[in-house]
Ligand binder design. Structure first.
Ligand code: SAH
Ligand code: MG
Length: 193
């Protein structure tokens, strides 16, 4: 299994696929263990790396994950099969802005298009149990969120502004208690009160 994980990390590196940084995924895996999380809804599977890492923590963990890109979805299917985790991971090939997911989960992990974070949050928050968690990745966006003056391209600046707005949005959601952590590219942890 270690070999498969390494292979995925290499594949992501060579093909510019933004899988979670090691520090971030390691933090999240510990968090899942500590809080005894058994059901996870993930938005943005890419090649299945984070889903596989999380599923390997415990055979009672079940993951539903959504990916819209054809090639990444195919690659994720292949990796989940190689890992023998088909029973634990269900992957949907769809645009997560349109998918309808039934049931509730201990944790929602949002790791898809950064500009749409509020939309994902609002679409899937009803799928999170009371006292469950919503985790969002890339809130620092390579440090640009705190140093917008470093961003020269207009498109990138718009994206950085949107992530900053999402951070403010989380701070203002009083029905959640949100902590911001510095691991990896910046992680938000919101507990549903
Ligand atoms: N969680 C993965 C990395 C995800 S990268 C890991 O750490 O291993 C973000 C992924 O979200 C990309 O593969 C992208 O294609 C996907 N994505 C972006 N917008 C999406 C949408 N609206 N619906 C489904 N997937 C989306
Ligand atoms: Mg990410």
């Amino acid at each position: 299994m270690k070999k498969l994980i390494k292979e995925m990390e290499e594949y992501a590196k060579y093909n510019d696929i933004p899988i979670m940084q090691l520090e971030g995924i390691n933090f999240m895996c510990n968090f899942i263990k500590e809080h005894n999380i058994k059901s996870i809804l993930e938005i943005g599977s890419a090649i299945g790396y984070s889903a596989i890492r999380m599923a390997l923590l415990d055979k009672d963990i079940k993951i539903v994950t959504i990916e819209r890109d054809d090639i990444r979805y195919q690659k994720a299917i292949e990796n989940i099969h190689k890992a023998g985790l088909e029973k634990q991971i269900t992957i949907y090939h769809d645009d997560a802005l349109e998918t309808i997911i039934n049931g509730t989960f201990d944790m929602l992990f949002i790791d898809a298009a950064k500009a749409q974070y509020i939309k994902f949050f609002e679409r899937y928050e009803s799928n999170v149990k009371k006292n469950g968690f919503i985790i969002t990745d890339n809130l620092k966006f390579h440090g640009f969120v705190e140093h917008k003056e470093l961003v020269t391209s207009r498109n990138l600046r718009q994206l950085v502004t949107k992530i900053g707005k999402f951070v403010d949005y989380l701070k203002n959601r009083e029905d959640y208690e949100t902590k911001f952590l510095d691991y990896g590219d910046g992680i938000g942890i919101s507990r549903k009160k």
